[in-house]
Write a protein that binds this ligand. Structure first.
Ligand SMILES: Cc1ncc(COP(=O)(O)O)c(C=O)c1O
Length: 405
């Protein structure tokens, strides 16, 4: 079969693949613990559901404008004022099929083949593939000091004549690291100076721990006019636990938003009007669910970190936000794919291999599930990896026997 050059280079989303794997194993009756997931388990806000249902009840479910319905744009404008202290016009806003599509159409609107996009590593699994889909080249930058906090000098060194954009995701998937104000200020100034697009992927910006507050990139921008190349991306998936609704957005200059809307209009048209209505309900409704999710996640993080800290050989950095912990398991196995596969086969615990995020020897463990799942998942991993553990492990009435050393 002849596929396009680009199609041949694109791999399946490892996290979506893991969700499928978990579903298949569960169907078979396997006692799976999914520590690989990227979605909170809390209920969708009632205001979101009521708003969607009210629209469904009209019986009029039609095409939506390519860049989003006016009510959603209005809610996004209000959100931008509240969290970014910035007044924008409807022409500065596009609503997309998730933050994923907002980033994708932004890249399609700015990249020419062979141009380069820089992003700190470890990075979200989709950035390299999205850049490839544009025929462009992704340039991951690992901090030279081996930490999770990018340094401006490492990024500066990688900028060349082909560099078109930088993507920053803080707090970060997979590390949970929230980058410092100093770094955000430096990167905003640097991109302005070099005339580069800067995509701020803020999808986790309210899911922060230990009293941290979201950082507003506009606070550091010198250019707040229509020539600004700052693109701020956000969405309802994570903060409102609405991953299945597929609504995200971007805020940027009008010319760019217009180009992105043209692309989106031919790609998918506007997102489903029902789902946009749900997002309006979430954004304009009672907000207590976001804080209660945040505190649950902070508690879950504390439990996971305590368990990992008592796991001999495992090195862990405490996440500042998100619902991911990126732990170094290289003491046990340097090939993260192999290690992740071993944990699924032997103890039915799903984790995401660090290699998918650009760092071998690590596993991404999610703490968005229940305390029971976190505790049991880590205990099973310990049992599988520690050569001194007993020969048998009971999961309910199922007996697992060690047949490896
Ligand atoms: C860093 C990052 N950006 C964007 C997204 C996409 O979010 P959405 O569900 O809104 O497409 C995700 C989802 O996992 C993510 O982790």
């Amino acid at each position: 079969m002849s596929l396009s050059q680009i199609a041949k280079t694109i791999s399946a989303s490892p996290t979506l693949k893991l969700n499928e794997k978990a579903a298949i194993l569960r169907e078979k009756g396997d006692p799976v613990i999914h520590l690989g997931g990227g979605e909170p388990k809390s209920r969708v806000p009632m205001d979101a559901l009521l708003s969607a249902v009210a629209h469904l009840n009209t019986g009029e479910v039609r095409y939506a404008p390519a860049d989003g319905i006016p009510a959603l744009k209005k809610a996004i404008i209000r959100y931008t004022e509240e969290f970014y202290n910035r007044k924008v016009a409807p022409e500065n806003v596009i609503a997309s099929g998730g933050a994923k599509q907002a980033i994708m159409v932004a890249l399609q609107a700015i990249l020419n083949p062979q141009e380069e996009v820089i992003y700190p590593a470890p990075y979200w699994v989709s950035y390299p593939e999205m850049v490839k889909l544009c025929g462009a080249i992704g340039v991951p930058v690992l901090p030279d000091d081996g930490g999770f906090y990018p340094r401006i000098q490492d990024i500066e060194q990688r900028v060349g004549s082909y560099t078109k954009a930088v993507i920053i995701n803080s707090p970060n998937n997979p590390t949970g690291a929230m980058y410092s104000e100093e770094f955000i200020s430096d990167i905003v100034n640097f991109c302005e100076k070099k005339d580069l697009y800067l995509i701020m992927d803020d999808i986790y910006h309210r899911l922060l721990f230990d009293g941290r507050k979201p950082i507003n990139c506009y606070d550091y921008a010198k250019n707040l006019t229509e020539s600004s190349k700052l693109i701020v991306v956000n969405g309802v998936s994570k903060q409102y636990a609405m991953t299945g609704f597929r609504i995200g957005w971007a805020v940027a200059n009008k010319k760019l938003i217009d180009a992105m809307s043209n692309i989106q209009g031919h790609q998918t048209s506007g997102p489903s009007v029902i789902l946009q209505k749900a997002a309006v309900g979430a954004l304009n409704g009672i907000q207590s669910g976001v804080e209660s999710l945040r505190t649950t996640l902070e508690n879950n993080r504390n439990v996971m970190i305590a368990l990992l800290n008592s796991f001999e050989g495992v090195k862990v950095t405490k996440p500042d936000g998100t619902f991911y912990c990126f732990a170094d398991f290289s003491y046990y196995e340097k090939n993260s794919n192999k290690l992740s596969g071993f944990l699924i086969d032997k103890v039915q615990v799903l984790t995401v291999p660090g290699g998918e995020f650009g760092l071998e020897g690590f596993l991404r463990l999610s703490f968005c599930g229940t305390i029971k799942e976190i505790t049991e998942g880590i205990e099973r991993m310990k049992w599988a990896l520690d050569p001194n553990s007993p020969n048998e492990l009971y999961i309910g009435d199922r007996k697992l026997m060690r047949d490896w050393s």
